[in-house]
Design a protein around this ligand. Structure first.
Ligand code: AMP
Ligand code: MG
Length: 494
């Protein structure tokens, strides 16, 4: 174990890099070392994740700052910026890692492969007019929300550390700069396939598709139609992912095709938010003026993005374009069935239902409609059902809701499982707390403006255990005042 007297060497941190992305044709990346920063300091470190990855957590935390800021390179790192493209709010653009640098792929002791990326590590060939840097607030925000999503059971990229740079970054005003160490199953995006297709060089596309299959969906190669199987697998993962977002009330906020990972992890926490009072049209992002990525629009937007993926794969699916379109269309048409299936089975659990009845969908939809009518808090409504304890509220006083409750109780009594079994099932899927937008903002404000991380760390600890029974008065559970949602805005934070 290195001590302060013996500075850590690049091999001391426990990384085992095996960088398969470099086997792809050179068009897919640019070699690019991170740009050093003045004074790297680790401000948050994910000890549990470091251990899960088989890393030397103590060495990283105590002596890893220079490495996590990109001033020094871990043994085996071969830094690159990845090329990609993407539809941003419906408009096609060539993009690429403009401020993120992939150090390489770390193999854990049980041979799991993870991308280790530094976000905010300096300019790259894809930076356009950007500075390649990131501000502390948005990096802490990604750290916090990704950790919460993981704890909530939603597939997500993970965050190993936030390291301040000791340098300002200039946005509307100057902010402290920071680098996030992001850990992901991969950074293969729908936009990576769009990049390959836009190059109009068929071997590039095939190399990428084969790589995606080998890395995430190896069974697809056994299929008579491996590239159609790849499309089906991505569709299935996204249907599952979006259903999970809907179940916990998560709004991604910027579901551009470059922010959709083919392995089905939530990626790029920019203007994301959680709904408080239930509304299908809820949207908080300052740049999403038309509500393209509103809460209730996420399933059709996922399908829109998957359609862009399918378009790129057509030449690989069949040489006959008509036939390829026919096959891809059938796969895409299945998205709504898959999504509907995942959504309803998750809602059944949220309502404590073990078996299937034909009217379950209606029961769930009616509850959401009642919440919307009465501006009820989404998380708290399910929590009240879970404990069968309703505070006096507009929803509870609504006669239609009382009628709904009687239908729900009758439905519970028609299944073999006991009331207690139902409550246990509900407790396992209905979070006691989510990262409430107002609490997130308060914590970030104190961290950025007062250099005080105590609120951030306390909130982080709370959202890391979202299914633990908590006191109903727990401040982390409280919904904000009604006026908060009306004025709340999130920003992309670039
Ligand atoms: P995002 O909205 O974070 O998904 O980013 C969209 C694109 O803008 C990606 O290609 C990013 O790499 C790029 N980008 C975002 N912020 C910066 C920055 N500060 N400097 C350079 N490129 C950036
Ligand atoms: Mg992005």
């Amino acid at each position: 174990m290195p001590s302060m007297a013996n500075p850590a060497t690049p091999t001391d941190f426990g990384f085992h890099f095996a960088n398969s992305y470099l086997q792809l044709p050179a068009a897919f990346y640019q070699k690019q070392a991170p740009s050093p920063v003045k004074h790297p300091t680790i401000v948050v470190f994910n000890q549990a994740l470091a251990k899960e990855l088989g890393l030397n957590a103590a060495a990283l935390k105590n002596q890893g700052a220079a490495y996590l800021a990109g001033n020094a390179l871990f043994a085996g790192a071969e830094p690159i910026a990845q090329a990609y493209a993407g539809h941003q709010f419906g408009h096609f653009t060539r993009l690429g890692d403009g401020r993120a640098i992939l150090l390489g792929e770390h193999l854990t002791p049980n041979q799991q492969r993870f991308d280790i990326q530094l976000k905010g590590a300096g300019r790259t060939a894809y930076s356009r007019s950007g500075d390649g840097r990131a501000a502390l607030g948005p990096m802490l925000r990604e750290y916090l929300i990704s950790t919460a999503m993981h704890a909530l059971g939603v597939p997500s990229t993970l965050s190993l550390a936030v390291t301040t740079s000791g340098e300002p970054v200039y946005r509307d005003v100057a902010y402290p700069g920071a680098i996030l160490t992001r850990v992901a199953a991969s950074h293969l995006r729908v936009g990576t396939f769009q990049f390959a297709a836009a190059e109009q060089n068929p071997p590039l596309l095939k190399a990428l598709a084969d790589y995606g299959i080998a890395r995430h969906f190896p069974d697809s190669h056994l299929h008579a139609q491996p590239y159609l199987a790849l499309l089906d697998a991505v569709i299935n993962r996204q249907a599952q992912l979006i259903a999970k977002w809907m179940h916990i009330g998560f709004i991604h906020g910027v579901m551009n095709t470059d922010n959709m990972s083919i392995c089905g992890e939530t990626i790029d926490y920019g203007p994301c938010a959680f709904i408080n009072r239930y509304h299908r049209d809820a949207v908080f992002s300052s740049i999403d003026e038309d509500g393209r990525y509103a809460y209730g629009n996420q399933p059709p937007m996922a399908l829109w993005n998957l359609t862009r993926l399918a378009e790129t794969l057509l030449p690989l699916i069949d040489a006959n374009q008509e036939h390829a379109i026919e096959l891809a269309r059938a796969s895409l048409e299945n998205f709504n069935n898959l999504y509907g299936h995942y959504w309803l089975s998750g809602m059944r659990k949220k309502l404590g239902l073990f078996n299937d009845e034909i009217d379950d969908q209606t029961l769930a939809v009616q509850l959401l409609q009642l919440m919307q009518n009465q501006q009820a808090d989404y998380t708290q409504t399910f929590l009240s059902l879970t404990s069968d304890a309703f505070k006096p509220s507009a929803l509870y006083q609504d006669v239609d809701f009382q009628y709904w409750l009687s239908l729900w109780r009758a439905r519970l009594s028609r299944q073999a499982q006991s009331w207690e079994d139902s409550m246990q099932l509900m407790q396992s899927v209905n979070p006691t707390l989510i990262p409430r937008n107002h609490l997130v903002e308060d914590a970030l404000h104190a961290a950025v403006y007062a250099k005080d991380l105590s609120a951030f760390n306390a909130l982080l600890a709370a959202v890391s255990q979202p299914y633990t029974a908590a006191n109903a008065l727990d401040p982390y559970q409280k919904a904000p005042s009604a006026s908060f949602d009306q004025s709340y805005k999130t920003y992309c934070g670039t």
